[in-house]
Ligand binder design. Structure first.
Ligand SMILES: [Zn+2]
Length: 292
């Protein structure tokens, strides 16, 4: 029979917990070891983010490994056992590899990185930027993250804005700057004070395996906000406005709206080449900077 009321239920629950804890100590040593190993593995897996691994082609090129041939399987010299013959086959879609010389094989670039440099799983994941350091956010910030806990970018943005969020700033937007193929280059975190309206805006980028504040370095000037849309909608007229917020608002009206990072004042440090030859409409802000 079920005990009545909350008191007995709570008591029962406490008994159960005590049994579980006592049970653990009664386990034989091998079972304890297995249990701890499983827990450790679970912790590791939650911090490893496969989505952050570099694409196989990018990875192997960066590693200075020239791939010969075409199609899904390419061949190259094996850097693991270092012979002249191209004995290593690499599966381009997955990054998997198989060496007919030394027998080294694995299913992705992470496995390759581990083999080549003799690294542990964690070391290799960190080296390749697939270790989610943003899992280190404080519990206070975590409690403010009811939605999509899995998005490392959002968690990192919140972590960087933690001090402001504690001072009555509210997150307003997280703008993504992308390259022309749609890959993220950096983000702009935007928060606003709930009473004074004061703005807090910071760029953030991925440096190695860490999201850090600041802009990455760009050789030919900063990319435009909406660069990827220029490629996608190559025939449409382009509306240039000041700031990502304005561009977002105009995009909701189905306009191809772009902006430079930092608004009118930093237009000079932006790479405008992608809009060359396009039909352009300027959408100025109603402030001093906009009328210059
Ligand atoms: Zn080999």
């Amino acid at each position: 029979m079920l005990p009545e009321g909350a008191g007995p239920a709570r008591h029962l629950l406490r008994e159960c917990q005590r049994d579980l804890v006592a049970g653990f100590f009664r386990y034989d040593i091998s079972r304890k070891v297995r249990l701890v190993a499983v827990l450790a593995l679970m912790c590791t897996w939650t911090r490893f983010n496969r989505d952050l691994l570099p694409s196989p082609l990018v990875y192997y090129r960066k590693e200075g490994i020239k791939l010969f041939g075409s199609g899904q399987w390419r061949s190259t010299r094996c850097p693991i056992h270092k012979v002249k013959k191209p004995s290593l086959s690499i599966h381009v879609p997955s990054g998997g590899f198989n060496c007919h010389g030394c027998g080294a094989k694995g299913r992705d670039v992470l496995a390759f990185h581990r083999k080549r440099y003799e690294l542990t799983f964690e070391e290799a994941a960190k080296a390749l930027g697939a270790w989610d350091v943003t899992a280190d956010v404080s519990p206070r910030v975590h409690s403010r993250l009811p939605q999509r806990l899995g998005d490392p970018v959002k968690i990192a943005a919140r972590r960087h804005a933690e001090r402001e969020l504690g001072k009555d700033f509210r997150p307003e937007a997280l703008h993504v700057y992308r390259d022309k193929n749609g890959n993220p280059l950096f983000w702009v975190i935007r928060a606003r004070h709930s009473r004074t309206g004061e703005k807090w805006i910071r760029p953030m980028h991925l440096a190695g395996h860490q999201y850090v504040l600041g802009l990455p370095k760009f050789k030919d000037g900063k990319p435009l906000y909406g660069l990827e849309l220029l490629t996608k909608k190559s025939k449409e007229p382009v509306v240039i406005c000041e700031g990502e917020k304005c561009a977002d608002a105009l995009r909701k009206l189905r306009l191809l709206a772009i902006s430079s990072h930092g608004g009118a004042n930093s237009a000079a440090s932006t790479d405008w080449k992608p809009v060359a030859g396009r039909e352009i409409l300027i959408w100025p802000d109603h402030d001093e900077a906009g009328h210059r």
